[in-house]
Design a protein around this ligand. Sequence first.
Ligand code: GLN
Length: 547
Amino acid sequence: MARFIFITGGVVSSLGKGLASAALGSLLQARGFTVRLRKLDPYLNVDPGTMSPFEHGEVFVTDDGAETDLDLGHYERFTGVAARKTDSVSSGRIYQNVLDKERRGDYLGKTIQVIPHVTNEIKDFIKIGEDEVDFMLCEIGGTVGDIEGLPFFEAIRQFAQDKPRGQCLFMHLTLLPYLAASGELKTKPTQHSVKELRSIGLQPDILVCRSEQPIPEKERAKIALFCNVRPDAVIPAYDLKSIYEAPLAYHAQGLDQAVLDAFQISPAPRPDLSRWEDVYDRIHTTDGEVNIAIVGKYTQLEDAYKSIKEALIHGGMANRIKVNVQWVDSEVFDHEDAAPHLEGFHAILVPGGFGERGTEGKIKAAQFARERNIPYLGICLGMQMAVIEAARNLAGMAKAGSEEFDHESGEKRFEPVVYHLKEWIQGSHAVQRKVDDDKGGTMRLGAYSATLAEGSRVAQIYGSTQIEERHRHRYEVDTKYRKALEAKGLCFSGMSPDGRLPEIVEIKDHPWFFGVQFHPELKSKPFEPHPLFADFVRAARDVSRLV
Ligand code: GLN
């Protein structure tokens, strides 16, 4: 049966709870244990699928088709364990389940209350698959003191009581602010945060303290004393050059040892950190750098394309190249020449997106890359834009566009080279959708296989003709136009196994031009860079060496 580690945060948000959880997961793996990571989010949305990227950053899609919090991306990137639907839950989902049960009469007419009905629902969620792993790490979103978070804190308190003594551990992340005027690190906010936790019945076993300045031994001892934790369970967390240094940094500060001590696991298995030492070496020993433009709509908010940025960094690691990512807002050149905005980049990536705003600029970015022989990677919407560009400028279909934009404006303005898919095959059954279905969870979501053309460049890059990648979209490139486009050099080199849905397009006589209907970035890891990203960065490096 699993041991449970609950990770909470205090003082301020954005302390890197997700990263600390992910790094701890990877360290437990390095000690030979199996792990699973979960995120429990107190917000009321049923899932992040319908939230704007400005609100929530990227939506991370799992193999089994859940739209989840971007922290699950961290978990996967650090542990390589594929997240599942059952690894992410929000208050909204918990309440929805409780209310569904109430409507069905499952509670036999009882009054439904936060305690025990909501807390039981949370506890049942935490337990799912508890026999499958050695450690289950559950991160609670938000910070202690948030009203929405209370049922979750109460549920984990009860959970630890329900389990045999010593099977659950509480880890709390806090901040030690530095006051430049007095030259001091302040521990009071941490003390208050722990006091708040204790007032709801939770005593942390481990404190992870974020700090910009070294934490003197004296302060560490003081925190331990006032917060009622052992001095060696006060773990400093300093800023790092790269998030991928976190496993080694946390190990050096004794985090994994503190966890094993708290669970009284002795003797502690020796850690094998070679994977993270190699990653460290690849970050710090590089030969050259490339400048890559991500041409999108949500460029003010880097979190909106979190996995893409990370996958590019992994591609850099594969080639020992430093990747400088620059965000370019495509809307700026919707109605003007794109060249001044794109010149000088060694590669261009157009990511996924929704809605018409900024798409003319993205189409121009695809054209610029195609005509100037600049490596181009179009992801999801970025593939659709590349196809529209080729249809307009190579195949002479001036009105080529996407049905998505016509649906949005309510007018029929475009020839729908990209159309709304209403029926498709998932595994062995057909899925159907209507145009006016709910917005939440009605897309082609999760892992689907694709068959790559024998001898195609993309098959070479993958080293296989059968792949499986994650999807999140409603619209598809129409195969009706395949012949016309292939005659002009845009090849459909990857298709769904039934041959109906284009998955990959490529231009043969171009240094590197690919569009993919799926999201390869979601499967990339620092210790296992995605082949498309590794080869994209390689192609960018080749361009950088020409100039
Ligand atoms: N808006 C497009 C669609 O729904 C692309 C989605 C995406 O890029 N994830 O098909």
